[in-house]
Design a protein around this ligand. Structure first.
Ligand code: AMP
Ligand code: ZN
Length: 490
């Protein structure tokens, strides 16, 4: 089997490139994390789940990945161009709490959601407020290098000066003139020198709730500088992969590149990766558009646009069915189809665990494994890989029906493929059996029902009723019929 090398689509070069880490087997990966002034919506989750799959695949290939995903807990203004209020201060005032209470509440909520979707925790989860010193140091260096200026306690990045030496619009392939033309003209009260200039450090008004001392007076960092400072600190001046949603490329990531170049004199990132958006009826799901389902609402079905609740794994399956660079449109029908698909896959895996080996084989599992790797190595195409996994399920079910034959080696190989591709890489788990336990609950339940049957046979109804009632209390129903007892999870 010749496995093709991993190819990644690089936003920076706008082409697919062979993945060659700077210092193999180590891989540095930075993903812009949530701004924790609010609950994450399902769109945000799509980006984090996509990068979880990418992280999982890199680990599967044997890379030693340092995965950094930050928490933005300061410095994010309402407008991307240094306008509006600070999101944390505004929310804190609204709820009459400390800004750090807001941060704590939504960080914990974010972790709960990520756990429900079975994402692996990142290696480091740094916060903006924990790295004020690093941000100030970086701003000082950018000022020293002549790419920034201070006006009245606020420090701005000088895009015009930077553009004389570097291509500012490089990441999204835009010309400077077009960018300027598409940005609002400066007014008399603007402190900025140029329309595209953005704040590295923002002077705080006395009533501002989160502020720190700096060489330019009391203030707080701009949003973009945190990611440049934290990625440099933990992954170095140039690292392998930087990711985030596509919506971040035009401003946040463009400014990150400029800051890092101006500070460190080098391109910060070898492969820029951007996930496409989750949409609702074609419109991007976002907090501001008001079309964002919270994962909790999705799990319970408690939202006017939802016909019912969906289990986290059915939702993850729904996301994995579409390539991360394609848009994914939310609809009840699409989710219900994904739920059915997920259940079919889990049912196939259950059947696999009950297959009896035959002396001969009529199946070719090697080709399916090869095609799974080919799909994943083609820019993490989980969608194509899932079609292959359904081919595997078809073979398993045909074997169970006696139309195909599998040896013990085939069965072992099928189990290994399920472990690798379904559980390790796609990050799915069987909710119905309480986790990715390969039928552990089934085994335990079989034993419990055997003990109950023995009790019934001895007419010990105290024990048999106790078992049934206790199972009932933890959400497992037992049904008795003339053919024996069966169980189901509520
Ligand atoms: P935010 O908390 O708004 O900074 O967003 C966190 C992450 O979610 C960023 O990487 C965004 O690009 C991403 N994101 C926001 N909206 C969507 C969406 N509708 N679909 C996919 N990703 C999104
Ligand atoms: Zn960022």
């Amino acid at each position: 089997m010749t496995i093709q090398p991993l190819i990644i689509y690089n936003t920076l070069t706008r082409q697919k490139e062979k993945f060659e880490p700077i210092n193999p087997p180590f891989v540095g990966m930075y993903v812009c994390g949530p701004t924790v002034y609010n609950d994450v919506h399902l769109g945000n989750c799509r980006t984090f789940i996509s990068f979880d799959m990418i992280y999982r695949y890199l680990l599967h290939l044997g890379y030693k990945v340092r995965y950094v995903r930050n928490i933005t807990d300061a410095g994010h203004l309402e407008g991307d161009r240094d306008e509006g209020d600070d999101k944390f201060s505004k929310k804190a005032r609204l709820e009459q709490v400390e800004p750090m209470e807001i941060v704590q509440k939504y960080t914990l909520g974010f972790h709960d959601v990520m756990r429900a979707f079975n994402t692996l925790p990142p290696s480091i989860e740094p916060t903006a407020t924990g790295h004020i010193i690093e941000q100030i140091e970086m701003i000082k260096e950018i000022l020293n290098n002549g790419y920034a200026y201070e006006v009245n306690g606020t420090v701005y990045f000088d895009v015009e000066k930077y553009s004389k030496e570097f291509n500012y619009g490089q990441l999204t392939n835009r010309l400077l003139e077009d960018l300027i033309a598409n940005t609002r003209e400066l007014g008399g009260q603007d402190e900025k020198h140029g329309r595209l200039d953005f704040a590295l450090w923002i002077k705080a008004k006395p009533e501002h709730l989160m502020q720190w001392p700096s060489p330019w007076g009391m203030g707080f960092p701009g949003w973009h500088i945190e990611c440049s400072a934290m990625s440099t600190k933990y992954l170095g001046q140039t690292f392998d992969i930087h990711g985030g949603g596509m919506d971040l490329a035009a401003t946040h990531h463009t400014n990150e590149v400029a800051q890092s170049q101006a500070c460190n004199h080098t391109q910060p990132v070898k492969y820029w990766m951007h996930t496409n958006m989750l949409t609702v009826n074609g419109t991007r799901m976002s907090k501001s558009a008001g079309n964002g389902f919270l994962p909790g609402e999705l799990f319970t079905g408690n939202h006017p646009l939802l016909e019912k609740g969906y289990a986290p794994m059915a939702v993850r399956f729904f996301m994995m069915q579409t390539h991360y660079r394609s848009t994914l449109d939310f609809s009840n029908e699409a989710l219900q189809a994904a739920e059915k698909g997920f259940q079919r896959m889990m049912a196939g895996i259950k059947v696999l665990h009950s297959l009896k080996p035959s002396g001969t084989s009529t199946v070719d599992l090697k080709t399916i494994r090869q095609k799974c790797y080919d799909a994943m190595n083609d820019d993490f195409n989980s969608s194509v890989m899932m079609a292959q996994l359904f081919e595997l399920m078809r073979i398993i079910n045909s074997t169970n029906d006696g139309k195909e034959k599998m040896t013990q080696a085939d069965i072992d190989e099928a189990k290994s493929m399920v472990q690798h591709f379904v559980f390790d890489i796609l990050g799915l788990k069987d909710d119905s059996s309480g986790g990715n336990d390969n039928g552990l609950l089934d085994g335990v339940m079989q034993l419990v029902l055997e003990i109950r049957n023995e009790a019934k046979a001895k007419k010990d109804f105290t024990v048999s009723d106790k078992i049934r009632n206790s199972l009932n209390q933890i959400g497992i129903t037992v049904k008795d019929s003339k053919d024996g007892s069966t169980w189901d999870k509520a």
